[in-house]
Write a protein that binds this ligand. Structure first.
Ligand code: CP
Ligand code: NVA
Length: 349
């Protein structure tokens, strides 16, 4: 039997913005994870993948960045596009010009826009008014261009995602925690958030995750009980105690000290060594080789914060692989939404 030609299927990603995990269906997240791994293979083998030849990409940053900026720049160039970095002091956004007016201008000149900054409403406004795909490179609420590469890293290590347990320890209501809670639930991973009650994820984010978990079979656990929360983890994940734009160091150090990821905590997983990894979106405070690290050591007498140097450098650690995967995952997101790819089937639910 031969298949009847019914035309080239529409790429369901084309022209879409990725503003949060909820911008995608679970099947689309899984597609992007696999596509990211495929693009990584192409790049490692010097196979050209110029899906965005001749396109212009605007990179808007209100907050500092090493990985996200470098990933968008190198991924854009490797896709054949031209990236332009527009830092917070380079353009009028927010000071002399509204989100709406900025979006209309940028959308008339650029083919895609990345935004990193404070408010989720800014990235949503850019998407609403620019008419081109907008990608969230981190806001106070979500970090979806971290989630796809993180899931790639987990899949590279274990070969699959569904049924594995991802445990986020620390500030359970920050952008990375929100994204992993929802993203993990979408792909059927069990997600544990282990943090003091004061830093639990908001009801809104828990409700979103619960809805997806019901369909995917994911088990969610949000707890301040360290022993219970660590048990059975496959990927132990942490992030800084104080995110960009925040300043309550004293309170966070006090609250989060017991939640530091050290070897004792890793052992509480009771997971065999070959089924356990440590992850961190980076940058990490694992020593005093930074200005902040030195200041905190002087003020609060601790030389390591969310993760000890021992765990950070241990055999469990995948932090630098994870950092590199930012580029490949971000490349997948840009190519899928702007590259007119041939994607025959992805279920829409
Ligand atoms: N993980 C992450 O977003 O890193 P940067 O802040 O360096 O971009
Ligand atoms: N939660 C951190 C993530 C940095 C990549 C922050 O927002 O600063």
């Amino acid at each position: 039997m031969t298949n009847k030609f019914i035309g080239i299927p529409k790429n369901i990603f084309q022209g879409r913005s990725i503003l949060a995990e909820t911008s995608m269906t679970p099947a689309e997240i899984e597609y992007l994870v696999d596509f990211g791994l495929h693009l990584k293979y192409l790049q490692k083998n010097n196979i050209s993948h110029h899906y965005l030849e001749g396109k212009n990409i605007a990179l808007l940053f209100e907050k500092a960045s090493t990985r996200t900026r470098s990933s968008f720049v190198t991924a854009a160039v490797e896709l054949g596009a031209h990236p332009d970095y527009l830092g917070k002091d380079d353009i009028h956004l927010g000071k002399k010009e509204s989100v709406e007016d900025t979006a209309k201008i940028l959308g008339s000149m650029f083919d895609g826009i990345e935004f990193r900054g404070f408010k989720q409403s800014t990235v949503e406004g850019l998407a609403k008014y620019s008419g081109v795909p907008v990608w969230n490179g981190l806001t106070d609420e979500w970090h979806p261009t971290q989630t796809i590469p993180d899931l790639m890293t987990i899949k590279e290590n274990f070969g699959y995602l569904k049924g594995l347990t991802l445990t986020f320890v620390g500030d359970g209501h920050n952008n990375v925690a929100n994204s992993l809670l929802v993203g993990g639930a979408m792909v059927g991973m069990n997600v544990h958030i282990v943090s003091p009650k004061q830093l639990f994820p908001s009801e809104k984010h828990v409700e979103i995750a619960k809805k997806f978990a019901k369909n995917s079979g994911s088990q969610l656990l949000i707890t301040d009980e360290i022993d219970e929360g660590m048990k059975g983890s496959n990927a132990v994940y942490t992030d800084v105690w104080v995110s960009m734009g925040e300043s309550d160091w004293e309170e966070r150090v006090k609250l989060l000290k017991p939640y530091q990821v050290n070897m004792k905590l890793m052992k509480k997983t009771k997971t065999p060594a070959d089924k356990l990894i440590f992850m961190h979106c980076l940058p990490a405070f694992h020593d005093t080789n930074t200005d902040y690290g030195k200041e905190i050591a002087k003020k609060y007498g601790i030389t390591e914060m969310e993760v000890t140097d021992e765990v950070f450098r241990s055999k469990y650690s995948r932090v630098f692989e994870e950092g590199e995967n930012r580029k490949h995952g971000i490349k997948a997101i840009m190519a899928a939404t702007l590259g007119n790819l041939f994607i025959p089937t992805i279920s829409e639910n």
